[in-house]
Design a protein around this ligand. Sequence first.
Ligand code: ADE
Length: 350
Amino acid sequence: MDRVIPDLLIWYRQNARDLPWRNTQDPYRIWVSEIILQQTRVEQGKSFYMNFINNFHDFCHIANSPEDSILRVWQGLGYYSRARNMIKTAEIICHDFGGKMPANHKQILSLPGIGAYTAAAIASFAFGLPHAALDGNVRRVGSRFLGLYEVLGSKQSDKIITEYLEQHIPINEAGEFNQALIEIGATVCKPQKPDCHSCPLSKQCVAYQKNTQNELPVVARKKAPVNSYLDYMWLEADGYTWLTKRDNHGIWKGLYEFPSKTRDAETRNFPFEDWIINPEYASILSVKEYKHQLTHRTIYARLWHLSTSLNNIVNKNEFTRIESVSIEAYPVHRLMLKFIEQKETTTHHD
Ligand code: ADE
């Protein structure tokens, strides 16, 4: 690889996208951007990143803010355990490291929510430490460049690529080297139709030399997603509505949502008989169906929008009663946002 590294770095300086988290060595900002980019694509990540750093300026600022306020800024990205891990990491850095990210790869890797890729990214971008940062892009570049038939992301493949890159990573330019590989993967060495003619690595790329760039990388087959069926109750009475906070350990832990019940796929009747509202005294404003895709789960949700008056409510304590207009202040998951925005994505009416 040594022959192409100067070309790679020149290419990067000329072609890098101007992204708001580049041109900074501030570990806090780099950390924020990398956690956000674990969750979303670059284009969508930009506004979340700007919003995040404008609201929370450093680790201690996060550590000293209420959990809800952080989840609120994270809202829309999904997978809130990442936001909760950010809070834990911010607390550790604020209390144990004097508010500064340690300039040490092992210590960075030990922080909650920081895996091999993120630790190497922070260590190299912020501190210039020579660790290979393998994200999906770099794995693809590495597997083509080295002509690997090991499954993409497998232990063997990651080990070969990491060892190879760490033997070649330029000591004084570790950060730019890693960023350049990410950039090549994102813009040139794309999954389909890689643009090998404009690639600074092609001279030494095994896949290009053997014309196997469309066979590689070898990708494992995906598991079929699981289906869940849920009924949600959006009850409104005299300007109030009801929410619950998820306290289980799923991906929506700590978030608010309308009261819900799981159901069988086929059940069609009113599901809230024994709940806080006597159906005789409620009018059904609408019943809408939503299909919501999570990484490994497809949720078929039905939203019952009900209206009644406060004196028809039976059990007032089971859920949190809030003023309807204040719902925006609560951190909610993306399916809830769809409900509130009344965006219907119905795919099955029967
Ligand atoms: N994806 C993950 N980290 C990234 C970065 N720093 N720049 C561009 N894309 C990324």
